[in-house]
Structures are given as C-alpha cells and as structure tokens.
Design a protein. Structure first.
Length: 499
C-alpha cells in the first residue's frame, strides 16, 4: 500500500530550473495545498486529482517582480485587475508595488494609518497574482509610523525618491510641496532621508529576527543637477527625444545621489540598502565603489528590463520616457556586462501603466518634455531577460536567481523564489525555442501601447501557476483574481501568509 499522499495536482515532464543548480532535470512536480509537496521523476498520475502535461518545457520559479507601480496613473482597483493579468501572462506570480502619499496614487496626504488600509481595501480581490507594497515615508510623521506599518501590515521595505524635493515627476517644478502634499515648512531633503534611515535602524534593532528583510530602496538622482541640465538641454536644438531626456537627467546625477545615499547609510548604520533601476555605467560604477567604501552596508543593485532592452535610438521615443532615462547603447551593454559579472542582484519591470492619452499631449504628441514618465512592461520581464540573456551566455539558473530567488530573500518572501518542497507552487513554463514579436494589442495591460513594440523576443511564457493553480495558459488569463496580500517577512519557508 502506497504511503504517497493524495496530491491536488501533478505537473509532469517539466525541465526544472532552480536558482542554485546548474543542471536542468526532467521532473514531475506534485502539488498539495498550494505548495510543492513532491518533486521526482515519474510521479504516478494516480496519486493526483489532476494531471497537467508540462510537455518538456522549461519550468522557472514564478517571477517576483520586485518593482511595480499599481494605481499610479489609473484607479488602483481597476489597475490591479488589468496589470496583474499582464503580470500573469509574463510569468510573474508576485507583484511588489511602490506606493506613497501625495499626488497620483490615491491623491491624498496625511497619515499612513488612514491611507494604507484604503490601499488594502482597493487591492483586495483584484490581483491575479500575489502582491505586497513598499511604502515611501513622505512626511516627517510617516517616520513615526514605520513600526506600525511593519508590525500591523507586514511592510518591511521602504523607499526614498531622492529628486522629489526639488524636481517634478515629469520635469521642472517649483511646486513639490503641493505635489507631495506636505506642509509648507516641511522639507523632503537629505535630512529627511537621514531620519528615515535612523527610523529603519531602530526598527531593525527592535526586530532582530527580521533584520535581514528590513530594507530601504532609493531612486538615486539629485534634483539640483536635473534642474540645471534640463534648462540647458531644453534650449539645445541639437538634441531631441530620448537623447535630450537622457542629457537632461545625466548619469553623473545618479552617481552623485548614490554616493550621498551610501554615506548617509553609513552614518546611520542603515545596513540594507537597495539602489533602484541603475541605468548607466556611471551609476553602476558609483554603486560598486560605494560597496567597496562601505563593506558593512548590504547594498543590492537593481536594473530594469527597459534599461536592458531599450536605448536612446529606440523608434518608440515618447513611449519610452521613464525616470531615470533610457540611455545610449554603451550604457546598455555595460549594464549587461554587470549582470553577467554577478554585480546585479535582481531585474524588474518598474511597471507603471500610463495610458496613451495621459502619456503624451494631444497637441504636441512628440514633445518629450510634456510627456509623462513611466510605462508598463511586467509582461515582458521574463521573456526579455531570457531572450537577451541567452544571447549573452547567461545561464538559466542565473536568470532564476535574479528574477525570483534574490528579490524573494531580500523582501522577506520566504515561501517564494524556488521550486522546492514546502515552497509556494509558483511556476512558469517557458518554451525556449518560440520567438514572438511584441505587440501591445496582445497584452492584457490597459496601457494600449508599449515602448517594446516590434521587438522580437525568444522564450515565450506558455503557462503560469500561482500556488499550484493555473492562472494563465496559451494566451489566456484564467478564472477570477485569487492573488493574496503578502505580509512580510513570512515566518518561515512553509508558513501561512494569508492576510
């Protein structure tokens, strides 16, 4: 008599990709109660209620897209539905979203104790993938709320937008206190950033068991440099489009901001620092230099799929406006070399769905200065990395590490990130030989365009499983939204993380 437990589902014939194992094994995956329960060759179909044939496709751990924005340009509850569908079609099973008070998002200032429950209410029942939030302390009162956000809502990661105090989201601005919805006497400046870091250092001291998963993320650009260069570039008729926007937000602004942030982290002993969307050689070199200067700070370096696939000569000019900007091809190739040198910790989409009507001005559709910043792309994250990474000799296990394992560990998603017994049965099946041309019309996103339009990618997502349930298959998102809010850090790899 067999002792094998009755499985809910077995997914047969999967070429399993794991983050710490170079060998690709053909295995069957047994799933019980949303977890991987048995992993072996030739699991008997009789032990499972359902059988799914993986058809010898590559099986990656579900992607953890650690940098998304839901509800920035569209109502949050509606954005969650369409953009998490886009995530599912790209093999993303966990969406980590940056959110803050101020204009955009909920268009509200005030306390996070009022604001964040509303975010959760608008999110509930609307995500097709599991989700959580990174929170930005904008007003000084928010620093005092960090312990509540952590203890009540499981928020373990926080954010600073370094340029917000003196420069607008889309360009020049002298209205930043109004934009941030903070009092006239408040300053969103280096001192505020220091006090956020001190607040996180206190939180780590109060919760030593969670110390490794409490972190601070920074968007690194310096407002004074952006202001000065934007004024210069706007009057330079020799530059236009993405070339102009890159020059107006020059790479040394990123490098300088990284150096300031790193020294503040050293001064405050805020030991877990994430340097977001590094877009240029100068930014990456500054980040590596700071790691050498301050070896006791656990820096993590992030790159986006947009900065790895696009350059300033992309034909989709206005659609590709983003902060920090898309850079020249030499920067793109330097970033890829950093990826291959294991100097990049994770790759993300920085997905921010911005409709065409909002993205550009109807009367001046080609004016880069009037266009809004940001675009979606979570649906192309895995295929983009797979396609371009494969050309450059990147191993499948390295892809799994950067797209799943590393972000799951940093952000306290201890039940995510690997295909292993006890982990959430998040799985994406990829055909490594199927090529496709990116067409916005085929995306589940409500954005309606993409800066990746016309790009040919190899490595197509065929099926996505969330906690063992098939949520995307052969071009169709299935069922209703079953994504759960993830409190972080989860207690252990096998813990229940229902909110």
């Amino acid at each position: 008599m067999s002792e094998t437990p009755v499985l809910d589902r077995v997914i047969k014939n999967v070429r399993v990709v794991r983050p710490h194992q170079d060998a690709i094994e053909l295995l069957d995956l047994g799933i019980k109660d949303g977890k991987f329960a048995q992993i072996a060759p030739n699991i008997s179909p009789d032990t499972a209620k359902e059988v799914f044939d993986g058809k010898n496709l590559l099986g990656f751990p579900g992607v953890v897209d650690a940098h998304m924005h839901i509800g920035i340009y569209q109502p949050l509850d509606k954005d969650a539905v369409t953009e998490s569908k886009a995530a599912a079609m790209g093999g993303v099973t966990t969406s980590l979203n940056y959110i803050r008070t101020g204009q955009y998002y909920l268009n509200k200032g005030g306390s996070y104790q009022d604001f964040f429950p509303e975010v959760l209410a608008l999110s509930a029942g609307n995500f097709f993938v599991d989700y959580s939030y990174h929170v930005a302390p904008i007003a000084s009162q928010h620093i005092d709320e960090i312990p509540v956000l952590f203890e009540e809502y499981g928020i373990s990661s926080f954010k600073i937008f370094m340029f917000y105090g003196g420069y607008g989201l889309h360009g020049l601005s002298d209205q930043q206190n109004l934009f941030l919805m903070i009092n006239k006497e408040e300053r969103y400046d280096f001192a505020h950033f220091e006090f956020i870091m001190r607040g996180l250092t206190r939180l780590m001291a109060e919760h030593p068991q969670a110390r490794d998963t409490i972190s601070l993320s920074l968007h690194c650009e310096v407002a004074e440099i952006l202001n000065a260069y934007t004024k210069i570039v706007e009057t330079d008729s020799s530059l236009s489009g993405l070339h102009a926007y890159s020059a107006a937000r020059p790479p040394h602004s990123e490098g300088l901001a990284i150096c300031i942030a790193a020294y503040l982290a050293h001064e405050t002993n805020c030991v877990n620092i994430n340097l977001l969307h590094l877009s240029s050689r100068k930014a990456m070199e500054a980040a590596l230099t700071m790691q050498t200067a301050f070896p006791h700070i656990n820096f993590r370096r992030e790159v986006t799929v947009g900065h790895l696939l696009l350059d300033v000569d992309t034909p989709n000019t206005i659609w590709a406006k983003v902060n920090p900007p898309i850079r020249p091809r030499a920067d793109v190739e330097y970033l890829w070399q950093a990826v291959l040198n294991n100097q990049v910790d994770w790759i993300v989409s920085d997905h921010a769905c911005c409709s065409a009507e909002q993205k550009r001005r109807a009367k001046q559709p080609n004016n880069i200065w009037l266009a809004k910043s940001g675009f979606g792309g979570t649906e192309y994250l895995l295929s983009g990395v797979f396609s371009e990474g494969s050309k450059r000799g990147m191993s499948y296990s390295h892809m799994a590490k950067l797209l799943s394992w590393n972000p799951s560990r940093r952000f306290g998603l201890l039940e995510k990130g690997d295909i292993a017994i006890g982990y959430d049965a998040d799985l994406v099946l990829v055909d490594p030989n199927e090529s496709f041309v990116v067409r916005a019309a085929e995306s589940e996103s409500q954005q309606g365009y993409t800066p990746f339009e016309g790009v040919e990618l190899t490595g197509r997502v065929k099926s996505t499983f969330l906690r063992g349930n098939l949520i995307y298959n052969n071009g169709q998102v299935l069922g209703s939204p079953t994504g759960r809010y993830l409190k972080r850090p989860s207690s252990n790899p096998y813990g229940n993380i229902d909110a």
